[in-house]
Design a protein around this ligand. Structure first.
Ligand SMILES: [Zn+2]
Length: 407
């Protein structure tokens, strides 16, 4: 699934029937007859965010946007990346629903959560195989289009790509842009990168840079809080977090923290919690854990029913990795084994032996990735708009912007 630079196919190319099937599945996804109430609630929130307060239905949104097709693109975007409150991707709900998918197709649909959304420069086009250069992550992708191109291809495309075997396929509407749109599309890319930093981290060079920054952020955390883990009481959390953010700013640490986005716990939920645990690692940065003190108490001999229920809730939240359990086991592994054995009614459960199996059973998290990211200079220069035409090009070529990336 790595982006490719050569057009020569290493594997047989997908047949027109394969590509048509991708289109059918996409239409089934958008039909929404599989959507549970929980899925619909998430989509309503997405519509409200995009089209304004009080907009809850496709019809409302289409009236507000003046285009039903545009609204369907918004819905598709949410279906690809949004999750239920427990962290389960909406795509998982669709893949598990009775939508007539084969097991292979269901696996493919789950993989669509890796969607690459960006403006692209169109490179070589050979029949249905297009070479697209991503203006956001700088990588080149080989993309199979549903139909062969008759006319000259556009200079740029705003598109969503999802994995298809080792290559990619375009999903939803790809919007063409002329050559002169490059500067404007770089602004779009910069804003998209801030909203969804994971899109940048597909590039191994940016991932390495983010990893280096993450270690610096982690060391600063340890310096400020006096350790890699801290439990803050209600009322203390917001103030201490602000102090920490101010310290980061005063040291001009490279990289933006995206931890809150990564975990998906809204700040207002944390501010309401009785306690908040902050656990920092050099690999993934800060994880915020609401009611962490009560969670830890859940492993004690005197644990209340509410504290034990919280332990189960932490376990059954797919988006939250086992980090808090690892920390609890670091304090008393036998207590973690005992508590989980009782709560899950598995008398033989042993934390050290069963940890990985529990992770597979309860968690849906990918590889551990940094939660800080750094915008490449070219995108940083486009965050607030198009740079001045006669200024040196922010890509560092030494030429004027208008004669280089702003062309
Ligand atoms: Zn340039």
């Amino acid at each position: 699934m790595s982006p490719t630079t050569a057009l020569a196919p290493a594997v047989p190319e997908p047949s027109p029937a394969d590509l048509a099937r991708v289109g059918e599945i996409q239409r089934a996804l958008l039909r929404l007859d599989w959507a549970t109430d929980a899925v619909r609630a998430v989509l309503e929130q997405a519509l409200e965010r995009s089209y304004g307060l009080g907009v809850h239905t496709l019809e409302d949104a289409a009236r507000r946007a003046g285009s039903r097709a545009e609204v369907l693109q918004t819905v598709l975007g949410a279906l690809l990346v949004a999750r239920l409150e427990d962290g389960r991707p909406l795509l998982d709900v669709f893949a598990a629903a009775d939508a007539g998918l084969s097991p292979d197709e269901a696996a493919m649909v789950r993989g669509w959560s890796e969607v690459v959304e960006a403006p692209f420069r169109v490179g070589r086009v050979e029949g249905r195989a297009w070479e697209l250069e991503n203006l956001l992550d700088g990588l080149t992708y080989r993309v199979w289009m549903g139909v062969a191109q008759d006319e000259a291809p556009p200079a740029h495309l705003m598109a969503r790509l999802v994995p298809l075997g080792p290559d990619w396929v375009c999903i939803g509407h790809a919007v063409p842009h002329p050559a002169g749109a490059r500067a404007r599309l770089l602004v779009v890319a910069a804003r998209l990168a801030i909203l969804r930093p994971a899109l940048l981290l597909r590039n191994p060079a940016y991932l390495d840079q983010a990893r280096r920054c993450q270690r610096v952020h982690h060391e600063l955390f340890v310096e400020f809080f006096g350790g890699d883990e801290v439990v803050l009481a209600h009322g203390e959390f917001t103030r201490r977090l602000q102090e920490f953010i101010a310290l980061q700013a005063s040291r001009a640490v490279e990289g933006r923290a995206a931890a809150q986005h990564a975990l998906g716990v809204p700040l207002r939920v944390l501010a309401r919690a009785r306690s908040v645990g902050l656990v920092s690692t050099a690999e993934a940065g800060v994880t915020f854990l609401p009611n962490y003190a009560a969670f830890l108490a859940g492993f004690g001999a005197e644990a209340s029913a509410a504290e034990q229920a919280l332990v189960l809730q932490y376990l059954r939240t797919p988006a939250l990795d086992l980090l808090p359990f690892d920390r609890a086991a670091g304090r008393d592994a036998a207590a973690v084994s005992r508590t989980l054995a009782r709560l899950l009614e598995r008398p033989d459960l042993d934390w050290a032996r069963d940890r990985d199996a529990l992770r597979r059973e309860f968690k849906r998290v990918g590889a551990v990735r940094p939660s800080v990211y750094v915008l490449p200079p070219l995108l940083q220069a486009h965050v607030d708009g198009i740079p001045e035409r006669n200024a040196p090009c922010p890509c560092g070529s030494g030429r004027k912007y208008k004669a280089c990336c702003g062309r």
